[in-house]
Design a protein around this ligand. Structure first.
Ligand SMILES: [Fe+2]
Length: 378
């Protein structure tokens, strides 16, 4: 179980964390935007205030490369760091998780081919967006020779998370909308995932309820709502750590790379066409728990969205996405073929009704040109 601590203005909780864990030399994995954040100022003065050495590592990019992680591991070991603090969004978390996982391994071989061995290095995560929930998951992604390398290991889960609502204060509004939608998709997809458990569905319900309750205040940049949204995204992250994401996420990655739109925007577009499609094709259930379970699950999911009927909740999700007035996709119907060919089949398996190629094409067409999908699974 992770420890969650909540930041106050002077970060005395962080002082206490460092003291309690006997930390003397920490690696700070962060993006350049840390300089704009109150926590950035905390770390600037930390070395002068306390006998702690900080090794800062920012030499990585979004969708981090394996080579960057290797540099981070060298720096970690070279400077004899005893712990890692990750401040940032998904990329900083990915890099920090990998450094922790790889730092005790044999450097003469690829870290990606070695068996993970638990190590005592402490990892503290400070998420600076309310979206990925990466601080709660055992997953990390790095790229090697242009290929995505997915890592899943319990050692990736940070032992402690610091919730710092002030980190969201300066985020651009579009980014806030997209990260919130990512968390809402995590909540919904983990709920209907074939891997869901009663624990994961409880976490999803909590996340969805908190997102809906705090959306308005969060978009208005209210401090309390920002803090609650961070926590909501964290719960959604814990839900996907158990149940994983489904067809919505499987379909969204290529939208991001093809049109350059943020991940949460792409995921929300996919979920807004996927959800009604599933409700129209519920008789083709592939969840081993069966069709009755599935109908009941969709009804309970509607309850989490404060709706009585399953279709009503899917419509409500679509209305939330449209109400955010996200920029239109520079889309072309001719892209449907490219999009269909890149859907990750492993994530599709998590979906309780598996869309076939024809259905996926139809769903993409609907989100690109607003055409109503009729194709069910064969
Ligand atoms: Fe996501």
């Amino acid at each position: 179980m992770q420890d969650i601590i909540y930041a106050t203005e002077d970060y005395r909780e962080l002082d206490a964390y460092l003291a309690e864990n006997g930390i003397r030399s920490a690696m700070l994995v962060c993006g350049s935007s840390i300089r704009l954040l109150p926590i950035g100022r905390y770390f600037q003065s930390l070395e002068a205030r306390r006998d702690i050495r900080i090794t800062r590592f920012s030499d990585f990019q979004p969708n981090p490369l394996y080579e960057s992680v290797v540099k981070g591991v060298e720096l970690f070991n070279g400077n004899r760091c005893d712990s890692i603090i990750a401040v940032g969004g998904g990329s900083a978390m990915d890099v920090a998780k990998c450094i922790r996982l790889f730092c005790g391994m044999d450097k003469s071989q690829s870290y990606l081919l070695q068996k993970a061995v638990p190590n005592p290095v402490r990892l503290l995560a400070v998420p600076t967006t309310a979206g990925t929930g990466s601080e709660a998951t055992r997953y990390a992604v790095v790229y090697l020779n242009g290929e995505k390398q997915s890592i899943a290991d319990d050692s990736c889960i940070p032992q402690t998370v610091l919730m710092d609502g002030s980190a969201l204060r300066t985020l651009p509004l579009y980014q806030k909308k997209c990260t919130m939608l990512d968390a809402l998709c995590h909540g919904a997809e983990s709920y209907w995932s074939v891997n869901s458990t009663s624990e994961s569905r409880d976490l999803s319900e909590t996340a969805i309820g908190m997102i809906l309750d705090n959306m308005e205040g969060y978009l208005a940049n209210r401090e309390d709502a920002n803090k609650n949204m961070l926590l909501a995204a964290h719960y959604a992250g814990r839900a996907i750590n158990i149940a994983q994401t489904t067809a919505g996420h499987a379909m969204c990655y290529k939208l991001t790379s093809l049109y350059g739109i943020p991940h949460g925007h792409a995921a929300a577009l996919c979920v807004s066409v996927l959800w009604p499609w599933m409700l129209s094709n519920i008789q083709s259930c592939t969840d081993p728990r069966g069709e009755t379970y599935l109908r009941d699950m969709f009804r309970k999911l509607a309850g989490a969205f404060a709706c009585r009927e399953a279709f009503e909740a899917a419509e409500k999700f679509g209305r939330i996405v449209s109400s955010l007035r996200l920029p239109a996709l520079p889309a072309d119907e001719a892209d449907c073929g490219t999009l269909c060919s890149t859907v990750n089949p492993i994530r599709l398996k998590n979906n309780p009704i598996r869309p076939d190629h024809k259905a996926i094409e139809s769903l993409y067409r609907q989100l690109l040109v607003g055409e109503n999908p009729t194709a069910g699974p064969e």
